[in-house]
Design a protein around this ligand. Structure first.
Ligand code: KG4
Ligand code: ZN
Length: 347
């Protein structure tokens, strides 16, 4: 039996979790900072790291209390130390080191992007490798080949915006609010994919992604082609001139184009790499159309697809504790000299 405490603070969620045997979540506490960043339309790194400082200890205490375990009962402490916002990561890493040192327990560092692919393991302990991993989040759009949960090669990634970031920007263009992914998904459910938008592809024979052209096509489609006046881009119309149906149709058209772009990369990767299953993770896995398309893979490629439960799509610490457990059980230990890094395996 193993009991791990996981700590996550890579972006704008402060999270702690206690996981038993890598699969059984005894607690998963996530303090979201959405309300703090709302007025800026995106995550402000300085505000994020200050909020992590205020929340990290209460969140850890809450995770232990909910799991009904004491710090002494924990076998090891796992922390996401890369990739992410450096000021945010450092808060979680400092807390994890302090706990590991003061309790005399092992410290395990985990790559946040790879940990997203542990999320499906939290409800299914029978995943077989090698696997194709798909991480689609606010910070990453990555295709990974996994020999096992930790032997990972990145075979494709975005060359500009991440898919979640593109969803957030699309929501802002359509004045649907922030965080945008869910708003686009809701509006798309009431619309039709009537507007033509490009399915962005990168050149070469890697399944890389690009979303900035799609975002610009949406902006110009919604507001018209701009002209430069006194060095400023002036658009012929504003998004609030559109009626509700037009907004919903644009949201639906955008969602179809973005999901097609992701799926094209997935099909390319599956056609070129023999794997035993597909595993997916990240906030954009909450998207209804993406989930539907991924669920069709078994029919086309005759391998299973493992998707995370909706609770474990967005950033959480259960995935960190889970992957940490896999490393811990395989004898992995980190020293107290580990630090945080903005770059990881897939970035
Ligand atoms: O994994 P996550 O919490 O953050 C990172 O690790 O980056 O993902 C957050 C992203 C946001 O960009 C959000 O807009 C997107 O996930 N998202 C969605 C949906 N729900 C959240 N995107 C599309 N459709 C959704 N239903
Ligand atoms: Zn994430």
């Amino acid at each position: 039996m193993s009991l791990l405490l996981g700590i996550e603070s890579s972006c704008d969620e402060t999270a702690a979790s206690v996981v038993k045997d890598g699969h059984i979540v005894l607690s998963s506490i996530v303090a979201s900072q959405d309300e703090l960043h709302l007025e800026y339309g995106g995550v402000v790194p300085e505000i994020a790291s200050r909020a992590h400082m205020e929340r990290i200890l209460p969140v850890i205490q809450e995770a232990l209390k909910t799991a009904n375990v004491k710090l002494e009962d924990i076998d090891a402490i796992a922390v996401g130390n890369k990739p992410g916002l450096i000021g945010s990561l450092l808060v979680g890493v400092a807390a994890a080191k302090a706990l590991a040192w003061s309790l005399g327990k092992p410290l395990i560092s985990v790559d946040h992007v790879v940990a997203h692919l542990w999320a499906p393991h939290l409800s299914d302990a029978s995943i077989e490798y090698p696997a194709l991993g798909i991480v689609v989040s606010g910070g990453h759009t990555s295709l990974l080949l996994l020999e096992d949960p930790t032997r990972v090669t990145c075979i494709g990634k975005t060359i500009d915006d991440a898919a979640g970031e593109a969803f957030d920007k699309a929501a802002s263009i359509l004045q649907l609010g922030w965080p945008g992914g869910q708003r686009i998904d809701e509006a798309a459910a009431k619309g039709n994919p009537t507007y033509p938008l490009p399915r962005p592809k990168t050149k070469g024979n890697r399944p890389d992604f690009s979303f900035s052209g799609l975002k610009t096509a949406l902006l110009y489609g919604v507001r018209g082609t701009p002209t430069k006046i006194d060095g400023k881009m002036v658009f012929p119309r504003s998004a609030n001139e559109l009626n509700e149906q037009e907004i919903n149709d644009w949201a639906c058209s955008f969602q179809h184009a973005a999901v097609d772009a992701i799926m094209n990369g997935v099909y390319f990767a599956l056609s070129n790499n023999p794997v035993r299953c597909v595993i997916a993770g990240g906030g954009v896995l909450a998207n209804s159309l993406l989930r539907t398309k991924l669920k069709a893979i078994p029919e086309q490629f005759h391998i299973p697809v493992h998707l995370p439960e909706l609770t474990y799509c967005v950033d959480n610490a259960a995935m960190i504790a889970g992957l940490g457990t896999h490393l811990f059980m395989n004898g992995h230990r980190d020293s107290l000299s580990i630090t945080a890094s903005p770059r990881g395996i897939a970035s």
